[in-house]
Design a protein around this ligand. Structure first.
Ligand code: GAL
Length: 807
């Protein structure tokens, strides 16, 4: 049974009229509930002990991930796949009061995500359990709270003790936002608004609104339901109102529709957002108001021509992202996610796959605002398990509820254009795949029919029982790039998406010659310990891939070639904690990223930038510090030019041109120290030039902030790149100096990193070794205005400092 919101009284819309008066809005419904929780790890045996005051408790602000604070250890039960950090059982406690005025209200608490297996109690009474670690949910706590200023205790148990339960780093704790919701007892239900734009032309767009309004009172009410539409500039452009009876203790669905003339359409290049403010009005008073951001756009997948947005064809140039934020762990932070997306955007990425779980809701807000197409994914497994304690255990009891909540939470986001109901699902190989695929598609369609549904399949053949179900709108392949070209033949008339591609491997700053022979690592799983380099590094020439994968260039060349291939999602945009293929311990994070865990691009980033953006690109690598006589391959990614000429110490090494479908040019040169210079030219005129110099010994530290002014919200971050340079300012490519940080003023160090997948140093520290010349320190600002001063010192290095304004 799908647990739908009750729609007990079917009420027709009495009238929809455009009215001129604007109602005053109600007070804010949401209260940020993240600050000042008490936290204790592995110290309580039951909720009865929640009031025990002892030294095991400490104060934390949410979002909070206790695993990232721990130590890497091979023996941690998450294993190297899950990122070998500790799990355990965490308890959170918060005491709060409500005053007498609140006693007429409905009080609820919303959690955006708790990993894993949470149970919540209010004043000792259990209000619910939620096993899924990525789903957002709300509990109505009205019956359990005191309203007279007497303290209320909310207790949350988070049980991430049974591991492995994930194939990647999950984090542990209340790792996303929490809010308290106070409304009148006649109110818009949780995720109770659905806005869609079924018909969009440049001249006009129809907007349909469905709202679930609940009446928790003991008496029947008549409501005026008002929707105001604001354009991207914040101007009120439309207002509709309708009147509806709502019986005591019942819920109704209100439907409204309207047209917006000359809509400013949402696109990846110009992500225009509209806002709907819906108000529930009783006797002339606004008793609830609810804001929904939405976009006006239409899109289509075509079996021959691929994907189009607002009538224009565009290739989906996507990346898969896991949810961790590097050294900040799973604890969601808007600025950290925004930075990841900025880095992706400037590489030319226009789409994100939220592999393999619902993201933080604010992540989708960012995608709406920044212009990314999202493939929003729900499950990494159905009934058949992938790790011992994973969600398959809860499948029977929970999948319907979780899928429903997921669709209802995310269906207003203009960025979300594809639902994925599963990644590499075990059931694809037997007949149960057909049954479950049909069931899941039916559930999705109950709540949204405006987006195509897919699954990410290993088995690209039509014998795949999930594909065979015929239930899916898009056929999704993971890997199998050799079969892309045959798609129209294998699936006549069907639409395609490369749900996951590539799985190439690289360590930033490490290069193995020769660059043009492809290493397939590990060759087989039983050889996992013998393949690869002794120091667990992987060459960054785009010449290493997993056996099931392909190099970046190889993959993009195929996707680029055929219009019917609507696009691809590269595994992965960023490195993530866990899954350190091709190695195991002591490696502890992935090598798949186009960008490393600290946010520093690997070289192939610039191949994509040269292909996926309008920027002029000339990227020359590797570094120029080798032993004399060593034969070194030099690669250049470029665009907007016909040719590149390379010079070593002012002597030309010749001109090279990309031919056919080439994506780079290459020289093979015996090393001699000095200056390597590349010049790109178009019609003989210089477009760009680049120089790489042989660095001498490390002499000083350079600090570069992504932002020197941050907001005094207590949550904002400045990401500071630490460079080890020689006395001429050249980055020293093999520098691994230990850098110590001292912070003064209105902020603190939220994390440190250097992108090294083998390091076991803590992410929560005031020191970090450089890795290939770079390190990262993340500063978090206070809630008050002021300044943060960071000083970085290292033995034998000239120190440096930087000041960040907190405003
Ligand atoms: C895929 C899988 C991803 C990740 C990747 C590594 O098969 O969907 O989650 O494991 O392989 O190459």
């Amino acid at each position: 049974m799908i647990q739908r919101l009750l729609c007990l009284s079917f009420v027709c819309v009495v009238s929809i009229v455009v009215i001129s008066c604007t109602h005053q809005t109600n007070s804010l419904r949401y209260i940020d509930f993240n600050a000042n929780w008490n936290f204790s790890l592995n110290n309580l045996s039951s909720v009865e002990e929640i009031s025990r005051i002892d030294s095991s408790w400490r104060v934390v602000n949410l979002p909070h991930d206790w695993s990232i604070e721990g130590e890497f250890n091979e023996k941690n039960p998450a294993g190297f796949g899950g990122g070998p950090l500790p799990g355990g059982v965490g308890w959170y406690r918060k005491i709060f009061t409500l005053d007498a005025l609140d006693s007429t209200k409905r009080i609820a608490i919303q959690f955006d995500g708790i990993y894993l297996n949470s149970e919540v109690w209010v004043n000792g009474q259990s209000v619910g359990k939620r096993p899924n670690g990525y789903i957002s949910f709300e509990y109505d706590i009205t019956p359990f709270v005191n309203f007279d200023g007497k303290p209320n205790t909310i207790a949350v148990k988070v049980d991430n003790s049974k591991q492995p339960n994930s194939r990647w780093y999950s984090g542990s704790g209340i790792y996303r936002d929490v809010r308290l919701v106070k409304t009148s007892k006649v109110y818009v239900g949780y995720n109770g608004i659905f806005i869609r734009t079924p018909a969009v032309t440049p001249a006009t767009a129809s907007v349909q609104i469905t709202a679930t309004v609940k009446n928790d009172l003991q008496e029947d009410k008549t409501i005026e339901f008002v929707t105001e539409i604001y354009d991207p500039q914040g101007k009120l452009v439309k207002e509709v109102e309708s009147s509806h009876p709502v019986k005591a203790n019942e819920a109704i669905d209100v439907d409204q529709s309207l047209n917006v003339q000359q809509p400013e359409r949402w696109s990846v290049h110009s992500p225009k957002l509209y806002k709907a403010i819906t108000k529930v009005v009783i006797d002339g008073n606004v008793v609830d108001d609810y804001e929904t951001v939405f976009g006006i756009r239409n899109f289509e997948f075509d079996s021959k021509k691929g994907f189009s947005l607002n009538g224009e064809y565009l290739k989906i140039k996507g990346v898969c992202l896991h949810h961790d934020l590097g050294c900040l762990g799973a604890a969601f932070n808007v600025r950290a996610a925004e930075r990841q997306l900025e880095i992706m955007k400037s590489m030319g990425v226009n789409a994100i796959r939220t592999s393999h779980n619902p993201p933080a809701p604010q992540f989708l807000d960012l995608c709406d605002r920044m212009g990314f197409i999202v493939m929003d994914e729900m499950f990494d497994m159905w009934k058949k398990k992938k790790t011992e304690f994973d969600y398959s255990i809860y499948w029977n009891e929970w999948h319907k509820r979780d899928l429903e909540d997921f669709i209802k939470r995310d269906r207003n986001h203009p960025s979300v254009m594809v639902w994925s109901v599963g990644n590499e699902i075990g059931e694809q190989w037997d007949s149960t795949g057909t049954v479950i695929a049909n069931e899941l598609v039916d559930i999705v369609h109950t709540f949204d029919t405006t987006r195509p549904i897919t699954t990410a399949n290993n088995e690209a053949h039509p014998i795949n029982s999930i594909i065979k179900s015929g239930a899916l709108d898009l056929i999704g392949y993971n890997y199998n790039h050799g079969m892309f070209g045959k798609f129209p033949e294998d699936y006549p008339g069907k639409k395609f998406i490369a749900t996951e591609t590539t799985s190439a491997l690289a360590t930033r700053g490490h290069y193995d010659m020769p660059s043009d022979s492809i290493r397939v690592w590990p060759i087989a799983w039983d050889k996992i310990f013998t393949d690869g380099n002794p120091d667990n590094s992987v060459s960054a020439y785009d010449n290493v891939r997993a056996p099931w994968g392909s190099t970046h260039e190889e993959t993009w060349k195929i996707v680029k070639k055929h219009d019917f291939l609507s696009g691809m999602f590269v595994w992965t945009g960023f490195d993530y904690i866990g899954e350190p293929t091709p190695y195991v311990w002591p490696s502890r994070s992935s090598y798949f990223g186009i960008v490393d865990l600290a946010g520093f691009p690997k070289d192939v980033y610039y191949m994509y930038q040269s292909e996926w953006t309008d920027k002029s690109v000339l990227h020359v690598f590797p570094h120029w510090n080798w032993t004399t006589g060593k034969v070194v391959d030099i690669w250049v990614y470029y665009n907007h030019a016909d040719e590149v000429e390379l010079f070593l110490n002012d002597k030309s090494l010749g001109v090279k041109r990309k031919t056919g479908d080439d994506l780079h040019v290459q020289w093979r040169v015996p090393f001699e120290p000095g200056v390597l210079k590349a010049i790109s030219r178009k019609n003989g005129a210089e477009v760009l030039h680049k120089e790489i110099r042989t660095a001498s010994k490390a002499s000083r530290i350079v600090l570069e902030a992504d932002r020197t002014n941050i907001l005094a919200t207590g949550k904002d971050l400045s990401f500071i790149t630490v460079k080890i340079v020689d006395d001429q300012g050249n980055i020293v490519p093999d520098a691994d100096n230990l850098v110590k940080f001292q912070v003064k003023g209105d902020g603190y160090i939220a994390g440190v990193d250097n992108g090294d997948p083998v390091s076991h140093a803590s992410f929560k520290s005031n020191e970090r070794k450089a890795f290939h010349g770079l390190a990262l320190v993340v500063l978090q600002g206070a809630k008050n205005k002021g300044k943060i001063n960071l000083t970085a010192t290292g033995q034998g290095l000239k120190e440096n400092s930087i000041t960040i304004n907190v405003e």
